[in-house]
Design a protein around this ligand. Structure first.
Ligand SMILES: [Zn+2]
Length: 227
């Protein structure tokens, strides 16, 4: 996979890509002469300065930082906080809650989503922030001057730590538009005290298993008001 790096005139925002074309459908010929289809997708991560975030995004990361401090993580010693805003403009937070048998551990993202659903019912995520770091690592918000030693610059999408695969599957369940169709543009923000990064759910989880694959459309649920 190729790596494309663009930089906009001194602005800190840039895109990291691991493929050469977005949703590009190309016909290529196999060695045996048979035609097969090849699907490619760009995976982008934006690296942002504090000033480049919206007020909502700043608030979400701040709330995720606070929630992280409440994490119950005596086994992994890795504390995660999450804050999300749903289409009704309300915010829910979560943190990781570990259990002695590990398999019952709740991740911060699923905690925040469960909290939102318990509070307002079936809901659509508009934006989400995830903050993580080892226990004892101070994650300052608003960001202080970044220590290059503690937080080396992000140079590749593989340097970015967003949600785990389990959580991405949980998140996509509530990433749909008002017609119930998967919305791959929902932003996910990440922060660990170093650089702030943003990806979309569609980029973070490029081949999701969706409710629509089983014929489920949440927008048709009568309990879903215009949120
Ligand atoms: Zn997770």
């Amino acid at each position: 996979m190729g790596l494309i790096f663009t930089h906009k005139n001194g602005c800190s925002r840039f895109c990291l890509t691991t493929a050469i074309a977005h949703a590009k459908l190309a016909a290529v010929h196999s060695e045996k002469g048979k035609t097969m289809k090849k699907l490619e997708k760009i995976v982008k991560v934006e690296i942002l300065k504090f000033e480049e975030l919206s007020q909502t995004e700043r608030t979400l990361i701040g709330l995720a930082c606070h929630a992280r401090l409440n994490a119950q993580a005596p086994y992994s010693h890795y504390q995660v906080g999450c804050a999300l805003i749903t289409s009704d403009k309300t915010v829910s937070v979560g943190c990781n809650v570990e259990n002695v048998n590990w398999s019952e551990t709740m991740h911060a993202e699923e905690n925040a989503i469960s909290s939102a659903i318990a509070r307002i019912g079936i809901c659509r995520i508009s934006s989400m922030a995830i903050v993580g770091g080892p226990e004892g690592q101070e994650v300052v918000w608003p960001p202080a001057k970044i220590s290059k030693q503690k937080h080396p610059s992000i140079k590749s999408v593989s340097d970015v730590c967003l949600s785990c695969g389990h959580c991405l599957q949980v998140i996509v369940e509530n990433c749909f538009d008002e017609n119930g169709k998967f919305d791959p543009t929902i932003p996910l923000l990440g922060y660990d005290g170093g650089e702030i990064y943003r990806a979309t759910i569609g980029d973070a989880y490029p081949m999701p298993f969706l409710p629509q694959h089983l014929g489920i459309n949440y927008s048709q649920d009568p309990r879903l008001k215009k949120k």
